[in-house]
Design a protein around this ligand. Structure first.
Ligand SMILES: [Zn+2]
Length: 282
């Protein structure tokens, strides 16, 4: 079994909640897949239906309004710490965050997905590059903010990503990230049925393990909260039937919701299992 990628521990690793493919580190509490997928397997995971199917996002482009509502909240929180300068986003996807952030910061972004980057570059005219973050890191000592929304859990080497992010920050700059929080109520209840257990997620953090990793790279946590996501009724119906994609019950619920006139109204939904962390370079 591979060592814990956060603390290096190789001892007493257990299966997380009886899942034979995910280990739980007995030292820092990180959950991580025992065998990393190959590049070919990853490419299959991120094929076109990743953004517009039922593997991760049901229709990422159509949900732009809701996605930007929660990004507005992230920006409001960030502005309490940084009022401008340069911002780098790792895993910028279609550029929905950068489109808003460019009103405050001079922005740059990178993402692995060619389809997403093509949209961010050609439709939103954002300065973004296609590639993996580990080979396209921020330039050293350059940025006031490095942002990583729901990205670290996807990366092969989260420790390297945090190291590269810390390197890219100027002294006193901020790393801001969101990721699922394993040590909260909902995953403890739902166990292997938790919606975060998808093939694209390779690492499962908690407040404990993310703090451990950030501090190891000279980053001090200055903000910690559990944040909501804006969801439409249509999305909520999809979320609660997540594990039953082909059931008749899901089809009936979906078609009932589709008929509601307010199915696309966005409502903030906080399941207290998504953490928002801001850490400052010391
Ligand atoms: Zn560990």
């Amino acid at each position: 079994m591979r060592a814990c990628p956060v603390c290096g521990n190789t001892q007493n690793q257990m299966d997380l909640w009886g899942m034979s493919n995910i280990a739980l580190c007995s030292v820092c509490g990180l959950g991580y897949v025992k065998h990393l997928p190959t590049l070919e397997e990853l490419a299959a995971i991120y094929a076109a239906d990743y953004w517009n199917g039922r593997k991760a996002y049901t229709d990422y482009l159509a949900d732009k309004v809701g996605t930007q509502l929660h990004f507005q909240h992230r920006i409001k929180s960030l502005r309490e710490f940084s009022s401008g300068g340069r911002l780098f986003e790792a895993g910028c996807a279609y550029g929905f965050f950068l489109e808003l952030a460019q009103k405050v910061w001079t922005v740059k972004g990178v993402d692995l997905s060619e389809a997403a980057i093509a949209y961010a570059r050609d439709t939103l005219h954002l300065p973004v590059e296609q590639g993996d973050f580990e080979s396209n890191p921020p330039e050293p000592d350059t940025y006031d903010v490095v942002a990583m929304w729901d990205t670290i859990e996807h990366l092969y080497d989260p420790a390297l990503a945090i190291a590269k992010s810390a390197e890219g920050l100027r002294q006193g700059g901020y790393l801001a990230l969101t990721t699922a929080d394993l040590e909260t109520l909902l995953p403890r209840i739902q166990k292997s049925a938790w919606r975060m257990f998808i093939p694209a997620h390779l690492h499962y953090f908690s407040r404990r393990s993310i703090t451990y990793l950030l501090e190891a790279h000279g980053l001090k946590v200055v903000h910690f909260s559990h944040v909501s996501y804006y969801r439409s009724l249509r999305q909520m119906a999809q979320i609660i039937t997540w594990n039953k994609p082909d059931s008749a019950w899901r089809q009936r619920l979906q078609s009932a919701v589709e008929r509601l006139p307010f199915m696309n109204t966005y409502i903030p939904l906080n399941l207290y299992d998504l953490m928002f962390v801001i850490a400052q370079k010391q």
